[in-house]
Design a protein around this ligand. Structure first.
Ligand code: DLL
Length: 458
C-alpha cells in the first residue's frame, strides 16, 4: 500500500488564535502537535489514496468473503465497476445482522491463523459480533489511536491512565496500544474500583485519562467524596468516548476538573477507538481518519447518499483492513460531515445518538443527549440521569430520573424547570423525578440512558 507524500504545511493548531484553555489549566502547556503525513496532504491527494485503497478493499472482500461475493452478485456489481468514489453507492450495505448471521468467523477475509486478535462489540441488543485483526491491522489501529491521542493533546512521554474496560471491548486495548505507539507511559487500570481510580490518579500523576464521560463523572464524584480537589490533580486532558455526550457535559467536566475534555470516536466493527478524534485546539467536530476509513452519510430510511453537511446515518468502508474488511457498514450513528479545518480529513458533528436510541414520545423524536443538554442548564440537577419509558394507556410516557446536586436543592422547582425546558425546546411533555445525590446506579463503562418498560406496562 502506497505511503502518502508529506506535502502541505498545516499550522500547528496550538498556534492558531482563539485557543483558550479551561480555567486553571495554565499549569501544563501543550507541546506542538506533529501531524502525520496523511494529516498534512491535500484533499486531492487524500481522495486519490482513497480510490486506490477502496479498489483494493472491494477486490479483497469479494475474493475472500463469501458474504460479500453473494451480496455483490445480488446487487449485480463487481469490484472492477468501482472507478471513482461516486461509484461506491452502487455497492451493497453491510449491517450488524450480516455480521451476526456470519458469527463468529464468517466475515474474515484471511485464514484464521493470520488473525492476531479477536474483539467483540458490546452487544447491547442480541448476540455480540466478533471482529478480527491481522498483525498489520493492529499496527494500523495503533497508529490511528496514537494519532487520535495526539490530536487530543497527549504527547510522547505523557502518562496515560486508561480506564476504558480491557478485554473483548475494544476501548482499553485500543487506546493502550495507541498510547504506547505514541511513546507514552501507559497505566492500564481498566474500568471499575472507583476509589482505586482516584488513588492511582493521585499517586501516579497521569497527564491524560481515557474513559467514558459517564464513568469520569463517577470518578469525579468519588474524588469529592474523598475530599480530593478535582482541580488539583495532575490531569491535563480527558479523552472521552464510547457513548454520546454533549458540549454541555464537556463544559461541566472541564469546569469541575480544570482540564480539556476531547471526543474520541470508534466502533469495533470498523476498528475500535481511534476511527476519529477531535483536535484539542478546535473542539469543533471529530476528525475521521479518512486514509483508513471512508465515511458516507445516508438517509437512514432510504439509504440514499446525502451530501456533506446533511444529517443522516454514518456509514463506513474500511480502506486498509485485511482480516475483516467492512463495506458500507451501517453504524446507526446519526451525524453530519463538515470540511476539515487543519487537516484534509472531514470532521463529523458530535453524534446526537444512535437511530436505535431514538425515543418516540407521542410522535416526537427525542434523544437522551437532548435531555442531557437541557438538564445541565438547570443549576440544581447533576448530570446523572435515566430516561424511563412506559406506556400506561395507549400513549408513551417519558419520566426522566435525575439526581439533585446536593440536599439543599428545591427539587420541585428543578423538576419543573427541566420539564418546562424540554417542552419548550423539543415539544415533548415529560415528568421528572429528582432523586437524592447518588440515587442512580453509576456506569463503569458505557452508561445506559434508556430504560424501556413499554412492553411490561402496556
Ligand atoms: O465504543 C469503541 C470506543 C471505545 C470508542 C473507547 C471510543 C472510546 P463499540 O463498543 O463497538 O466500540 O461501540 C460503538 O459506541 O457506534 C457509537 O454509537 C458509540 N460511540 C463510540 N464513540 C462515541 C462517541 C466502542 N465519541 C458505538 N460519541 C458507536 C458518541 C460514540 N457515541
Amino acid at each position: 500500500m502506497s505511503a502518502l507524500p508529506g506535502a502541505g504545511q498545516a499550522q500547528s493548531p496550538e498556534k492558531r488564535e482563539g485557543f483558550t484553555k479551561p480555567r486553571g489549566f495554565e499549569r501544563a502547556p501543550f507541546r506542538p502537535n506533529e501531524l502525520d503525513a496523511a494529516e498534512r496532504c491535500s484533499v486531492d491527494e487524500l481522495r486519490a489514496l482513497q480510490v486506490e485503497r477502496m479498489a483494493w478493499t472491494l477486490r479483497h472482500a469479494y475474493a475472500n468473503v463469501p458474504h460479500y461475493r453473494a451480496a455483490f452478485d445480488r446487487a449485480a456489481v463487481k469490484p472492477d465497476d468501482f472507478k471513482t468514489l461516486d461509484d461506491l453507492k452502487h455497492f451493497p450495505f453491510t449491517t450488524k445482522n450480516d455480521l451476526r448471521d456470519n458469527y463468529p468467523f464468517g466475515m474474515f477475509a484471511v485464514p484464521r491463523e493470520q488473525i492476531a486478535r479477536i474483539h467483540a462489540s458490546s452487544g447491547t441488543t442480541g448476540k455480540a459480533t466478533i471482529v478480527g485483526y491481522s498483525a498489520s491491522d493492529l499496527e494500523h489501529w495503533a497508529a490511528v489511536a496514537a494519532r487520535s491521542l495526539r490530536a487530543a493533546g497527549v504527547r510522547p512521554g505523557d502518562r496515560v491512565h486508561v480506564a476504558y474496560g480491557y478485554g473483548l471491548f475494544t476501548g482499553g486495548l485500543g487506546v493502550h496500544y495507541g498510547a504506547e505507539a505514541l511513546g507514552c507511559t501507559v497505566i492500564p487500570v481498566s474500568g471499575g474500583m472507583t476509589a482505586r481510580q482516584v488513588q492511582l490518579i493521585q499517586d501516579l500523576e497521569p497527564d491524560a485519562v481515557c474513559v467514558t464521560p459517564s464513568y469520569l463523572l463517577a470518578i469525579l464524584d468519588e474524588m469529592e467524596r474523598q475530599g480530593v480537589d478535582p482541580r488539583g490533580t495532575s490531569l491535563r486532558v480527558a479523552v472521552l468516548g464510547a457513548e454520546p455526550w454533549t458540549d454541555a457535559m464537556r463544559a461541566e467536566i472541564e469546569e469541575r476538573l480544570g482540564i480539556h475534555a476531547v471526543d474520541i470516536y470508534g466502533l469495533s466493527e470498523v476498528m475500535g477507538p481511534g476511527v476519529g478524534n477531535e483536535d484539542v485546539a478546535e473542539k469543533d467536530g471529530t476528525y475521521l481518519w479518512e486514509d483508513h476509513f471512508y465515511p458516507e452519510i445516508v438517509d437512514p430510511d432510504t439509504g440514499e447518499v446525502l451530501p456533506d453537511g446533511e444529517r443522516g446515518e454514518l456509514v463506513f468502508t474500511s480502506l486498509t483492513k485485511q482480516a475483516m474488511p467492512v463495506i458500507r457498514y451501517r453504524t446507526r450513528d446519526l451525524t453530519r460531515l463538515m470540511p476539515g479545518l487543519s487537516r484534509p480529513m472531514r470532521r463529523m458533528e458530535r453524534i446526537t445518538g444512535r437511530s436505535d436510541d431514538m425515543m418516540i414520545v407521542r410522535g416526537v423524536n427525542l434523544f437522551p443527549s437532548q435531555i442531557e443538554e437541557e438538564l445541565l442548564t438547570v443549576t440544581g440537577l447533576a448530570p446523572h440521569f435515566l430516561c424511563v419509558l412506559t406506556r400506561p394507556g395507549r400513549l408513551d410516557e417519558l419520566c426522566v430520573r435525575v439526581e439533585a446536586r446536593d440536599g439543599r436543592v428545591d427539587r420541585d422547582a428543578a423538576a419543573a424547570r427541566l420539564a418546562y425546558g424540554v417542552k419548550e425546546k423539543f415539544g415533548v411533555t415529560i415528568t421528572v423525578d429528582v432523586l437524592d445525590p447518588g440515587g442512580l446506579e453509576r456506569s463503569q463503562g458505557k452508561a445506559q440512558r434508556i430504560l424501556d418498560m413499554r412492553a411490561a406496562s402496556s
